[in-house]
Design a protein. Structure first.
Length: 117
């Protein structure tokens, strides 16, 4: 099983980006799936996650600006980021709880988002 995150880049403050995370391999089902981010010199924190049924959780910093969604048929997770701020600059990682012979969590490789002021 592999998770591949992409869609990061350089954007000006106030701009938007859409991140995607594609899961591939021998996947039975994907339970909770989320986005984390890690800014330079800081710990990795949860930004948002979403259950298989579509119930979403957002960190306070994400509420009102970031929207998490998933396409279960395509095994793909999304993060729509609007009204971006310089403090959103970080490497964004996807993390999923996946049934593949056993139940375990997987990490994607990360995609860098840089927001300029």
């Amino acid at each position: 099983v592999q998770l591949q995150a992409f869609g990061g880049g350089l954007v000006q403050a106030g701009g938007s980006l859409r991140l995607s995370c594609a899961a591939s391999g021998s996947i039975g089902s994907i339970n909770t799936w989320g986005w984390y981010r890690q800014a330079p010199g800081k710990q990795r924190d949860l930004v948002a996650d979403i259950t298989r049924g579509g119930s979403a959780y957002y960190a306070d910093s994400a509420k009102g600006r970031l929207t998490i969604s998933r396409d279960n048929a395509k095994n793909t997770l999304y993060l729509q980021m609007n009204s971006l701020k310089p403090e959103d600059t970080a490497v964004y990682y996807c993390n999923a709880e996946i049934w593949s012979q056993t139940l375990r969590r997987y990490w994607g490789q990360g995609t860098l988002v840089t927001v300029s002021s």
